[in-house]
Design a protein around this ligand. Sequence first.
Ligand SMILES: [Zn+2]
Length: 269
Amino acid sequence: MVRKLSLVFLLAAAAGCQTVQTTQPGVVGVDRQQSMMVSSAQVNASAEKAYQQLVGGAANKGQVNQDPAQVERVRRVARRLIAQTGAFRPDAPAWAWETNVISAKEVNAWCMPGGKIAVYTGLIERLQPSDDELAAVMGHEIAHALREHGRERVSQAQAQGMIISVIGIATGASRGALDLTQTVVDLTLNLPNSREHEMEADRIGIELAARSGYDPGAAVTLWEKMGKLGGGQPPQFLSTHPSHATRIADLKVYAARVMPLYEQARNRP
Ligand SMILES: [Zn+2]
């Protein structure tokens, strides 16, 4: 057992496992080192491919950017948020950001690694968000990308796969390489984020919104709206977080903390 474990660590080292700090802490103070086993370039290339497949597939069915006014609104909010991403990482404003509105009934939005954003019409129609609330959702999703949570989760999957392949070597079974593009799709659409990732995205998202001149308090009203949706299964946003009340309490604290940034942004000429 000890020998197997040290082999895992050896493989991890050989594969280039590194500890990184993806973002600066900001006023909200998100400060956690992350272990990465794949490069940003690899993950972003896979995300790019996955995004083009998803959006392209939806476009072929006439389900992308159907309402020009809606698209313009969503992209305007995205532009303002993206312009402030440099507060957390200087490289981010120059990323190849893309924002599209997908016609789907789910209350959902996401941002793939590298800045590939989608907002579903279900979110806009069922939540009827104000611009401030829309900025809260999109700020949260953009924060996942800034923190490279996708890359971190791929790294975790890779580490697990490596353990399996070590066992495979031991038992003589072979295992195919991790399909990175499919993994990115699964992580974005199907697998919930950890509570830790959600909390980081909430806090960074609320600061991004404030810096962009959107009322950070809207994150609270947004989540309250989500909570009231009810009927059938909870929206994906809710099901990914263990406690709705804890989240709202945390958002209130951080909304107050970034309020001066919002005031500054509003007073900008
Ligand atoms: Zn999230």
